[in-house]
Design a protein around this ligand. Structure first.
Ligand code: AMP
Length: 125
């Protein structure tokens, strides 16, 4: 079911549970501000999700309530993972699905990092 980003943060969502270590994930990077792990249903040879650790549902929520340190830490973590995965030269794509029209399924803000092949047009159809 699509996420309603106007609802308060619900800490039973699956990424909150991964952040708390309650369920496993193939982790690739973690620091004070962010966690990155492989998507369970990859849509590209590299498909990694990067999450801010704070309780934010959407990008606009994070932009409004996140501290400077959280926002900088998250942005730096995304760049770090892209570099660490060897994606800088071939290139990569970042995507954040927000709310119903964005097709967001998990109500904890995350960025998809895709790479490992030419990724084609930005949107299908
Ligand atoms: P979206 O909220 O639409 O940006 O997409 C959520 C993404 O989370 C999808 O690509 C799912 O395949 C992925 N996903 C859901 N559950 C897990 C999980 N337990 N571990 C890793 N990825 C997951």
């Amino acid at each position: 079911m699509a996420v309603d980003p106007t609802l308060p943060y619900d800490d039973t969502n699956i990424f909150a549970r991964i952040l708390r270590g309650e369920i496993p994930a193939k982790r690739v990077y973690e620091d004070d501000f962010a966690l990155a792990f492989h998507d369970i249903a990859p849509r590209a040879p590299v498909h990694i999700l990067v999450l801010p650790k704070g309780s934010y549902v959407s990008w606009d929520d994070f932009a409004a309530r996140g501290s400077e340190a959280e926002i900088a830490g998250f942005v730096r973590a995304v760049g770090h993972v892209a570099r660490e995965q060897g994606l800088v030269t071939p290139g990569y794509r970042l995507l954040a699905n927000i709310g119903s029209d964005g097709g967001q399924e998990v109500a904890h803000l995350h960025v998809h990092l895709f790479g490992g092949r030419p990724l084609g047009p930005m949107l299908a159809g």
